[in-house]
Design a protein around this ligand. Structure first.
Ligand SMILES: Cc1cc2nc3c(=O)[nH]c(=O)nc-3n(C[C@H](O)[C@H](O)[C@H](O)COP(=O)(O)OP(=O)(O)OC[C@H]3O[C@@H](n4cnc5c(N)ncnc54)[C@H](O)[C@@H]3O)c2cc1C
Length: 466
């Protein structure tokens, strides 16, 4: 009897799971495992929401499995030790997993594969988190793209020639269910990992993902017009589910594809941005620590701790920036438009090194993904490939007026400003020193003056580029 182990990582689902489908096709008995990786967990604070999100998602997946008299192994430790130990215990002949392209994961997987090989256990890894891997969409001379638009054109051309909607994803549920034996460890692994349950602002698990997907189906037709507005339904809200693989990238992409035509190009473009950044990180791993354009590493960032802390807490005195940061702090989410505005504000108004902002987002975002986060920060700080030019500096006031015209987003996250009208709320300090005092509103004074910092930022960038 051929026994296999499927190692679940950032793909917590049973449907359209490439490694799982392959394991089922090849095996008589398929076992599942998820490992809370101690090396990743030890860097996170005990109140990290993502651990709860993963925990709840695993619990849901496990409940689904019990319907079929099946459960999943949940372990805590170093996968390099735990995977070989488990394979020995169960007596599997092969381990299946979907590829993860981050440096830490690549090294870890290499070590696990080598160890298993020494034990005479085979491994097979699969493309699953992306439609195309880094070296599948290259320029004619076989070098990587550094500009998004031609990359996107080539990506779409290849996609059209290889996929149709019907072929995009497969259901493997029925067959899988009969093959998995009872394996779930009853240990309370959340306690074991030292993490306490946190309140989540979104529903965890595949059920949560499918609800969000259904909601977005109703709005996808207007996505190209609304995607920058700061309303809950103006974008899909799918990123945390994509990040943890509660839904496959093929299921998400299929929303924008009909037969073999792309019907929602703006939406598909965003998914291609995700693959673009993934490709950049794979071909240019240096971006994890430095600017894609090395000359930008010479910037002498003038901003210090005071500015960074005001930004982190959402106390800069710029309502749109503060609303975005408080939303991030309280939910782990932030709309894309505000990620761009707050990132630009940190580097180009507060003059703080983008790497400090990148790190903060990495700690807080429910959808944190190294490639997209790094890409977004390098784009906003102008240090990346195909980035915003350094002299383009978002004005928080005009961004606020344009994308939160009634001030509803600000009202929600900066409730002390709620009584201001749609005009005042974007710049409460513009109405004189007594304006807020008379209204009994306590809201921080602007930590810096935008206009003078704009001049300083341009000089700071120019001097580094000389
Ligand atoms: C400074 C900064 C940091 C970011 N950090 C992350 C991150 O850690 N993880 C992350 O998934 N996205 C990140 N993004 C990209 C983007 O902000 C989020 O993907 C988006 O806000 C998620 O919301 P949504 O699912 O409603 O997006 P939608 O607009 O509905 O887009 C659908 C999907 O496309 C992908 N996508 C959309 N925009 C981008 C983009 N600009 N770059 C890459 N992929 C994109 C995401 O998978 C998203 O779920 C960052 C952007 C910036 C400017």
């Amino acid at each position: 009897m051929k026994k296999s182990l499927v190692w679940i990582r950032r793909d917590i689902r049973l449907i359209d799971h490439t490694a799982l489908s392959a394991a089922i096709a090849e095996s008589d008995e398929v076992h599942l495992v998820f490992i809370f990786d101690e090396k990743i967990l030890q860097k996170l604070p005990a109140n990290d929401r993502r651990v709860t999100f993963i925990h709840e998602s695993l619990r849901e997946l496990n409940n689904e499995l019990t319907n079929y008299n099946s459960e999943i192994n949940i372990l805590f430790g170093d996968p390099v030790e735990e995977i070989p130990k488990l394979t020995k215990k169960i007596g599997v002949q092969k381990v299946f997993f979907n590829r993860d392209y981050e440096k830490y994961a690549l090294n870890r997987d290499k070590k696990v594969t080598t160890k298993l090989k020494e034990m005479d256990i085979a491994t097979s890894s699969y493309r699953d988190h992306v439609i195309f891997e880094a070296s599948e969409v290259l320029k004619k001379d076989n070098t990587p793209y550094k500009v998004f638009t031609p990359y996107k054109r080539a990506w779409i051309a290849r996609f059209m020639s290889e996929f149709s909607r019907a072929k995009l994803f497969r259901a493997n549920h029925q067959k899988y269910a009969q093959d998995v034996p009872h394996r779930f460890s009853k240990t309370d692994w959340m306690k074991k990992t030292g993490f306490g349950p946190q309140e989540l602002s979104i529903e965890a698990g595949r059920k949560g993902a499918l609800k969000v997907l259904e909601r977005f189906k109703k709005n996808i037709g207007t996505y190209h017009e609304t995607r920058n507005l700061l309303e809950e339904t103006s974008t899909s809200g799918l990123s945390p589910y994509i990040r943890h693989g509660l839904i496959s990238i093929r299921e998400v992409l299929s929303l924008g594809v009909k037969e073999n035509a792309i019907i929602h190009e703006t939406f598909v473009s965003e998914l291609v941005w995700r693959e673009f950044y993934q490709m950049i990180l794979s071909h240019f791993p240096v971006v994890e620590k430095s600017s894609f354009k090395p000359q930008y590493d010479a910037i002498k960032w003038a901003g210090g701790k005071k500015e960074l802390v005001a930004w982190q807490k959402g106390e800069t005195g710029y309502p749109i920036v503060d609303a975005g940061m408080r939303c991030l702090n309280q939910t782990g989410l932030m709309p894309n438009r505000l990620r761009m505005v707050t990132a630009s504000f940190l580097c180009k108004t507060l003059l703080v090194d983008w790497k400090k902002g990148e790190k903060y987002f990495a700690e807080k975002l429910m959808d944190f993904d190294l490639a997209s986060n790094n890409g977004g920060w390098q784009w906003s700080s102008s240090t990346g490939c195909d980035a915003q030019p350094y002299f383009r500096i978002f004005n928080p006031l005009s961004q606020s007026q344009k994308f939160d015209p009634n001030g509803d987003f600000i009202r929600k996250w900066c409730p002390e400003l709620a009584k201001l009208d749609a005009k005042q709320i974007h710049q409460p300090h513009a109405y004189g020193p007594l304006f807020l005092i008379e209204k009994d509103i306590q809201y921080p004074m602007p930590v810096v003056d935008y206009s003078s910092k704009r001049v300083e930022a341009l000089a700071m960038y120019k001097s580094a580029l000389k």
